[in-house]
Design a protein around this ligand. Structure first.
Ligand code: CA
Length: 219
């Protein structure tokens, strides 16, 4: 997934960015409210993790502006434990959920999974086709009941496809989920990961629509 991390604390930012990248996500990290606003206008994100106390422009302000222009990007706000009023204002301004700082990184990942699943309109977290089951929420995959291990980057390519079965995604759309700003883009990375996924899950699991992109069939 492509995530925006808005955090002015360098230590927290580095830890969270490292964690999210290790999970295979593309992460753009900005450190003030003005950059956050610019990023949200320039790029479509699967989710924004928004600190509220920010230099430049307050996080609440950034959130209100986002919702005012009808943008429904899922937003998870991070607030101090004692800042109840701020939390309430954040939810009222259109945040989808909140985390109390300092937050647990496993909880962060779980909330990101829950929010992006909800945004995709899927209550059912697993996708099943011809004996292949994949569950992005728990990062579990199996073929005919046998567990299969996928890498973080393979999940990054697979997630957007199984989130919308029957919809063709272009190579550029999949690259968007693999790379953040400033990351060096490997031009055939998507093909390499698709090849790996087909080897593990079966050749028919991901279809190549020539000249257009890739899709998984509707179950
Ligand atoms: Ca802050």
């Amino acid at each position: 997934m492509r995530l925006l991390l808005v955090e002015d604390d360098a230590m927290i930012g580095e830890a969270v960015q490292g964690l999210l990248r290790a999970e295979g996500h593309a992460v753009d990290w900005v450190r003030d409210g003005l950059q956050a606003d610019a990023a949200l206008r320039a790029q479509r994100y699967d989710l924004a993790l928004l600190d509220l106390g920010l230099p430049g422009r307050d996080g609440l302000d950034v959130l209100r502006a986002l919702r005012a222009r009808g943008d429904r990007t899922p937003v998870l706000i991070a607030t101090a434990r004692d800042a109840v009023a701020q939390r309430v204002q954040g939810l009222d301004a259109g945040a989808d959920d909140y985390l109390l700082k300092p937050y647990d990184l496993d909880e962060l990942l779980a909330r990101i999974r829950a929010l992006t699943r909800r945004a995709a309109g899927r209550a059912e977290p697993a996708y099943e086709l011809h004996g292949v089951t994949v569950c992005p929420a728990t990062r579990e995959a199996s073929v005919n009941g046998q567990p299969v291990v996928l890498s973080a980057r393979e999940w990054a390519v697979l997630e957007p496809l199984v989130a919308r079965p029957g919809v063709v995604l272009s190579r550029a759309q999949l690259e968007d989920k693999l790379y953040g700003w400033g990351d060096e883009i490997n031009s055939n990375a998507v093909e390499v990961y698709i090849h790996g996924l087909r080897k593990k899950l079966g050749a028919g699991f991901i279809l190549n629509v020539r000249g257009v992109g890739y899709m998984v069939p509707k179950p």
